[in-house]
Ligand binder design. Structure first.
Ligand code: GRF
Length: 200
């Protein structure tokens, strides 16, 4: 299955997905990396791995939907079966969610539904939670909301700082995200309303 990874920044999750694929017979191929920012470090990672990139600058489009329609053209050319949002700092349009229903996934650095939004790690730390974690979920029309595919927990120790917690979270993300992509590409995810199960 050809997958597209959408990024805006560092791209460490993109890297984990590329690395996992290069290790063995992965059921997916990263066929395109899409960024809304020309200066995203993730684009360098894509080029280093020989993966095609598309930079789509939001300023050049009148609306979110026009943006997503332009990106969709590129996705269709590459026969993309799964869209993986990995630190992509834009909301996708209802058009895009409908077009790729249950074929867009996202990773969020907290145990949803707690600590939605762009500051998931810092908000959980500041709140003083003892356990936080990582969520991989399908994308629907609401922010950080769709059916949950995988979650993993991280314990906040007394000597943790926001920075050390961030490191732990990223480490777990880099395990969970490639695994979720693999399960999807193998056709093992079954969705019933909000419940996602993994077929044996
Ligand atoms: C990750 O923490 C992810 O959970 C969040 O954005 C961050 C992206 O990091 N959605 P990277 O660009 O993959 O390094």
């Amino acid at each position: 299955m050809n997958i597209a990874v959408f990024v805006s920044g560092n791209g460490s999750n993109l890297q984990a997905i590329i690395d996992a694929a290069s290790k063995g017979a992965a059921p997916y191929k990263v066929a395109l990396v899409v960024s809304d920012r020309a200066d995203a470090y993730a684009l360098k990672r894509a080029s280093a791995a020989g993966i095609g990139t598309l930079v789509a600058d939001p300023k050049k489009y009148a609306s979110r939907e026009e943006y997503d329609r332009a990106v969709t053209e590129a996705l269709e050319k590459k026969d993309i079966g799964l869209i993986v949002l990995a630190g992509f700092m834009r909301l996708v349009s209802p058009f895009f969610v409908r077009k790729y229903k249950h074929r867009i996934i996202n990773i969020h650095p907290s145990l949803l539904p707690s600590f939605k939004g762009t500051r998931g790690i810092r908000d959980a730390y500041d709140y003083g939670v003892k356990i936080t974690g990582v969520t991989v979920h399908f994308v629907d029309e609401e922010l950080d909301h769709g059916p949950i595919i995988l979650q993993g927990a991280v314990t906040v120790e007394e000597n943790d700082t926001a920075e050390s917690l961030e490191e732990k979270i990223h480490k777990l993300e880099h395990k969970l995200y490639p695994e979720a992509v693999r399960l999807f590409a193998l056709g093992k995810l079954e969705i019933k309303a909000r419940h996602v199960s993994v077929k044996k």
